[in-house]
Design a protein around this ligand. Structure first.
Ligand SMILES: C[C@@H](N)C(=O)N[C@H](C)C(=O)O
Length: 207
């Protein structure tokens, strides 16, 4: 059964931050500045080597400031409130967590998660079944990693991605095929680690 990020078991995982520093991902993995914890960067580099020739990882987003996480929560929760006018706050929090993590457990805010897809050697996107960041509503549920509606090449690409990233020690969030993490509370719960390795972090950006 899918464990959502709003599940109290996620917040109950202790954090023993290793102090692992934020690093910029190497240019071959992303465009623009993408910050992640060093331990995640190493594992992404390892996953990249497990892909066949002509297929590359393309990281769209890594570390995210807390204010940005809050803004996404506010925006998506407002949309859900319009769609489900009778839902209470607790129900909306659970529904929202299919697409965005509650702030207190947010893996991106810890520099412990990436949103990523697969591209060809030339950078052309491969079919993964939906756009990165398609909500459950926008995608008709196809954003769920295991969706039965995603077949053929898109299914094969999701499986390829899972072998490479899972083999390097990352875990997927099952409601978003593009979201993979290492060292956060969700990762610890799913892998059985006694504690998360990474709590929230701040990146001092160069001017
Ligand atoms: C908003 C979406 N791109 C995302 O990052 N979702 C995950 C679950 C998160 O908020 O950590």
């Amino acid at each position: 059964m899918t464990i959502l990020l709003s599940d109290p078991r996620v917040a109950a995982v202790p954090v023993r931050d290793t102090g692992d520093q934020p690093v910029l991902l190497q240019a071959g993995l992303s465009h623009g500045d993408v910050w992640v914890r060093a331990g995640l960067a190493v594992r992404l580099a390892e996953a990249a080597t497990a892909l066949p020739d002509g297929v590359r990882l393309h990281v769209v987003e890594g570390w995210r400031p807390a204010a940005q996480q809050s803004a996404i929560i506010t925006r998506y929760t407002a949309e859900l409130r319009r769609r489900h006018p009778d839902a209470g706050d607790a129900e909306l929090r659970v529904l929202a967590s299919r697409f965005v993590a509650p702030l207190e457990v947010a893996p991106h805010v810890a520099g412990a998660a990436v949103d990523l897809t697969l591209v060809t050697a030339d950078g052309a996107p491969l079919d993964l079944g939906t756009e990165v960041d398609a909500t459950p509503e926008q995608s008709g549920g196809r954003c769920y990693t295991g969706s039965d509606l995603v077949v053929g090449e898109a299914r094969e690409h999701r499986e390829l991605m899972a072998r490479a990233l899972g083999g390097a020690g990352l875990v997927n969030y099952p409601t978003e095929w593009w979201h993979w993490s290492f060292g956060d509370r969700y990762w610890a719960l799913v892998t059985g680690a006694p504690a998360a390795l990474y709590g929230p972090m701040v990146v001092e950006r160069a001017a």
